[in-house]
Design a protein around this ligand. Structure first.
Ligand code: UT7
Length: 326
């Protein structure tokens, strides 16, 4: 049987660090509130000139280097993002040009924070069907450019960054064992950037009403996320006849430390077997899972033969999991 396995990973984050104390000069908040409610201590913020494809490029180059591959070896590039360089063209095409990946097809996936795992599932399907042999999947976000820095309920949460993985076909007993994607569009209004699309095209009025910034019904989203992720992780393991005790590492989307802990508790997983970096990066949406994966690999927390579980929940609403034998 042909499977898709992850040959290499890479990540890239902007240099500038914004701490909770820095945010106190922008909105009425405190380090205590942010730490207690979210687990975030600091986040990375891109500079004025940087766009999502620049961060994607950094992560993609790192993944290519680590696999000792050239961009021309890629058959397909998928970029998961909700903060792409432009509405048109796709960030994946801009990245393809920058990498000079002449042979590759390229397109974006929009599944908000679940985007990277959605991208993995698409790559997995292409590889298993033998249409493509080698796929680059990137999660890249610059949410800071869509953040309302006057809204304390959202501006303390998000950060910028990118993570990447290169997948290849293998006949060995390893790689993606299952990639599950789900959505429930009836909750599309929980998380949205209302202005600048075809519903409310950019105008003086949309800007005056701050509609080009991300809006989130935080508390509602929190409740749905906890419930959905608890079911998702137990279902994914059950379907693959794995017990939580056989899981070496859980790599969750980093939206809120309380959500991460609730999922770990449901699986009775000690926190040593959960990858957590939300304290340093905040919520980087589609970039959060691949950055965490890359850090786990670099830190030697993922070894050959290990079972690892990636999971995420995001706007749409969408949710997704990938169970991988490393
Ligand atoms: O990544 C995609 C999916 N996203 C998520 O899963 C995120 C889900 N949501 C969350 O993580 C949490 O809901 C938040 C961290 C956004 C908010 O935490 P919460 O425990 O749900 O707080 P809340 O929205 O119920 O607000 C509690 C209080 C409010 O004050 P009142 O009305 O009780 O007086 C807020 O105004 O906290 C206040 N508040 C703040 N206070 C200080 C909200 N933001 C802040 C802030 N600093 N930054």
């Amino acid at each position: 049987m042909i499977r898709a396995w992850i040959v290499s990973t890479g990540s890239f984050v902007p240099e500038r660090i914004l701490t909770n104390d820095d945010l106190k000069s922008l909105v009425d908040t405190s380090d205590e509130w942010i730490m207690e409610r979210t687990g975030i201590r600091e986040r990375r913020i891109a500079d004025k000139t940087e766009a999502a494809s620049d961060l994607a490029y950094g992560a993609a180059k790192a993944a290519l280097k680590s696999a000792d591959l050239k961009a021309r070896d890629l058959d397909l590039i998928i970029v998961a993002t909700v903060s792409g360089d432009m509405l048109l063209p796709s960030t994946a095409c801009i990245l393809q040009d920058r990498l000079n990946a002449k042979k590759a097809a390229a397109f974006d996936v929009n599944a908000a924070c679940s985007g990277f795992i959605y991208g993995l599932s698409v790559a997995n399907a292409y590889i298993k069907s033998k249409l493509f042999k080698r796929v680059l999947v990137v999660g890249a976000e610059i949410l800071s450019k869509f953040t309302d820095w006057e809204d304390r309920t959202t501006c303390v949460l998000f950060g910028d960054g990118a993570g990447a993985a290169i997948l290849e076909a293998t006949a060995e007993e390893k790689g993606i064992l299952s990639a599950k994607i789900h959505s429930d569009g009836s909750m599309w209004d929980l998380l949205q950037t209302p202005g600048g699309g075809s519903r409310k095209p950019a105008s003086r009025e949309t800007i005056r009403r701050r509609l080009h910034f991300i809006k989130m019904k935080g508390n509602e989203t929190f409740k749905v996320a906890v419930r959905t992720l608890e079911n998702l992780v137990t279902e994914t393991l059950d379907e693959n006849n794995l017990k939580p005790s056989q899981l070496s590492l859980l790599i969750p989307h980093q939206a809120n430390l309380r959500i991460i802990k609730a999922t770990a508790e449901r699986l009775k997983l000690p926190l040593e077997r959960v990858m957590i970096n939300i304290d340093r990066y905040g919520n980087t949406s589609a970039a959060s899972v691949p950055i965490a994966l890359d850090e786990a690999v670099k830190a030697g927390r993922v070894k050959e033969g290990d079972h690892i579980l990636l999971e995420a929940f995001g706007g749409g609403v969408t949710w997704a999991s990938a169970l991988i034998k490393w």
